[in-house]
Design a protein around this ligand. Structure first.
Ligand code: FDA
Length: 304
């Protein structure tokens, strides 16, 4: 019941205005976000890489319809990549990019051009880029952009949401040699016409997708905190004789941190690290995923 409300709130400018102007205790946002500045992000990357964890950096922002804002997001990524390179942290790091923050909703090729600039800089730093997947109306455009980017940067990856009915077909198309695919359950409110509804059905779809990727020739990136998913992924890796370096686990910053470290002892483990001032949409989706997080959030008002 709460999740659809929170996901609707994630898209509401009015509620954004209220939530982002009330004085929250910093801890409530910091649990999921590395901080607002580039230095905050770099400090988290340094700490995680010291513990043997890889990272994927997300400069927070989405859904822009402003050309200058889209260019500013591109520039923030360029600054990030330069900083990681200068500080010797590029190895083991990648950038996660939301095309809607780079101008996907604007006419023309703005998002593609901005993504190209980011990929060129990532390539120079020896890093990879993965395109996040946003709501279902963006999937065709994101996969189209992926295809164009891959012509020059074959290591560009993409997230696929198991909850979408179309995704099994997309995964079959993407499970080829050299293809990097992050499988996630899906974090957006989607109608029943395009998406499975309810956890059991989404979980089953995830396992079907996982099987396609693990049995395929690409590089699966298992984006989930679900203990059952991890168990099944390990069983599939054994069954398909995958070597440890031929797939990786991914989790979000601040979620199951101890499990992240435990998995990193024997497997490739990457932490998705969001940073920046525009944390609202990301933060609300994390609240929607787990009602207990909402209690934690509400407590921050009374504990002030
Ligand atoms: P599930 O929701 O079933 O949770 C399993 C367990 O994980 C829970 O019981 C709890 O212990 C823990 N958990 C999960 N979410 C939590 C939370 N918010 N707070 C605290 N504990 C939590 N989505 C998308 O639509 N597009 C994208 O590009 C991405 N990218 C992405 C990258 C990475 C690295 C990850 C891990 C996830 C994404 N997602 C995403 C989000 C994804 O779609 C999904 O919403 C979350 O991962 C939650 O689903 P789980 O698979 O973790 O399972």
């Amino acid at each position: 019941m709460l999740s659809p409300l929170l996901l609707a709130a994630a898209r509401s400018d009015r509620i954004r205005g209220v939530v982002t102007t009330v004085p929250l205790t910093r801890g409530v946002v910091d649990r999921f976000v590395a901080g607002e500045s580039l230095d905050d992000a770099i400090a988290v990357v340094r700490e995680l890489s010291g513990a043997g964890l890889r990272t994927s950096l997300d400069h927070l922002g989405e859904d822009t319809t402003d050309r200058d804002q889209a260019d500013a997001t591109r520039d923030a990524y360029l600054e990030l990549l330069a900083a990681l390179r200068e500080q010797g942290l590029a190895e083991g790091s990648e950038a996660s990019v939301k095309l809607s923050a780079l101008g996907q909703r604007l006419p023309g090729d703005l998002a593609l051009d901005n993504a190209r600039a980011i990929c060129a800089a990532a390539g120079r730093a020896g890093m990879t880029v993965t395109l996040d997947m946003e709501d279902h109306t963006t999937v065709d455009s994101t996969l189209d952009t992926l295809g164009k980017l891959r012509a020059d940067f074959p290591w560009v990856g993409v997230a696929v949401q198991a909850m979408l009915r179309r995704s099994e077909g997309d995964l079959r198309d993407l499970a080829h040699e050299g293809s990097r695919v992050r499988l996630v359950k899906g974090a957006y409110a989607e109608p029943g016409s395009v998406a499975f509804q309810g956890k059991p059905e989404i979980d089953r779809a995830y396992v079907r997708g996982l099987r396609i990727l693990m049995e395929g020739a690409g590089y699966p990136m298992i984006g989930s905190h679900d203990p059952r998913v991890i168990e099944i992924a390990l069983a599939l890796a054994a069954r398909t004789s995958r070597s440890p370096g031929s797939y990786e686990f991914q989790m979000l910053y601040g979620i199951r941190a101890a499990e992240q470290r435990r998995l990193a002892e024997a497997h490739r483990m990457r932490v998705y690290v969001p940073y920046g001032a525009d944390w609202y949409g990301y933060f609300m989706r994390r609240l929607a995923e787990r009602p207990a997080n909402l209690v934690f959030f509400l407590r921050s008002f009374v504990s002030r």
